[in-house]
Design a protein around this ligand. Structure first.
Ligand code: ADP
Ligand code: MG
Length: 254
């Protein structure tokens, strides 16, 4: 069995007057340490699938296994990084990065030091006593990443974490996140509607189609690109080739 197994997952949202099938027969296997992207237009079920993997939502059919065990709802296996950083404005950066550890009863001198060291590694030494509003958008996303990594989750889910940033900040943060996750050997799932971002950052790209949400095609990113940083990958000739391929597939879905 793979590290993470998504087996024939189907999900329908029911309201009083309607039923929306958000996911139809989705099966995906992810190995430990892999960086995967879920790419697709809005409404194709990407966030629904993340919620199911996180154990926040039970699928109407199908099962998800992490290390051969069914996903439970305790949720401590997952770290989230979202479009909005969700830092608490009234708490200092230090209190913000320790929050996840506190909530999961993991706060010790050791884990605290680990989190503070991580902050330094992200180039944010000296901001501990500052408040989120004193930091730029890119810095706040780095703080959010530290908070997420501090609890040492088994999987990191990144739901469009760069989409609210200006282009230059986004490119820099892509490299930082990619290098950091590689260094830690973390398994990660990135949700994005940005073709370039998915190619530059991942080992595999799952292209989703909508109505109902499903996996349309999987693309394996060649080693030549995976060895490069996302920024370098963007100027490799293979990047353009794969971009065109995915673009054509996306067009065929419309
Ligand atoms: P994505 O993240 O790819 O944009 P979502 O998973 O958010 O897609 O949504 C997939 C489909 O399910 C959409 O048609 C959306 O309208 C519907 N949907 C999402 N959440 C709910 C909900 N809580 N209740 C009803 N329908 C929902
Ligand atoms: Mg979404």
């Amino acid at each position: 069995m793979s590290f993470l197994e998504i087996n024939h997952v189907h999900h329908t949202y029911f309201t009083k007057t309607s039923a929306t099938t958000a996911l139809s027969d989705v099966s995906i296997q992810i190995e430990e340490g892999e960086f995967i992207s879920f790419l697709g237009p809005s409404g194709c079920g990407k966030t629904t699938l993340l919620s199911i993997i996180a154990g926040l939502l039970s699928p109407t059919q199908g099962k998800v296994y992490l290390e051969s065990k069914p996903i439970d709802t305790s949720n401590d296996h997952i770290g989230y990084m979202l479009q909005q950083d969700y830092l608490f404005p009234w708490k200092t950066i230090e209190d913000n990065i320790l929050l996840g550890l506190k909530l999961s009863n993991q706060l010790t001198n050791e884990t605290k030091q680990y989190a503070l060291d991580l902050l330094g590694k992200m180039g944010l030494k000296g901001v501990e006593k500052q408040y989120p509003k004193q930091l730029s958008g890119g810095m706040r996303q780095r703080v959010a990443l530290v908070r997420t990594l501090a609890t040492e989750p088994k999987i990191l889910m990144l739901d469009e974490p760069f989409s609210a940033l200006d282009y230059q900040t986004k490119l820099k943060l892509e490299d930082l996140v990619s290098n950091t996750l590689k260094a830690f050997g973390k398994t990660a799932i990135l949700v994005t509607h940005d073709i370039g971002e998915s190619i530059a950052m991942s080992d595999k790209v799952y292209l989703f189609a909508a109505n109902p949400g499903r996996v349309h095609k999987m693309f394996t990113i060649p080693d030549e690109l995976r060895q490069l940083t996302p920024f370098e990958a963007r100027s490799h000739e293979l990047y353009t080739t794969i971009f065109q391929k995915i673009w054509k597939e996306l067009e065929s879905l419309e």
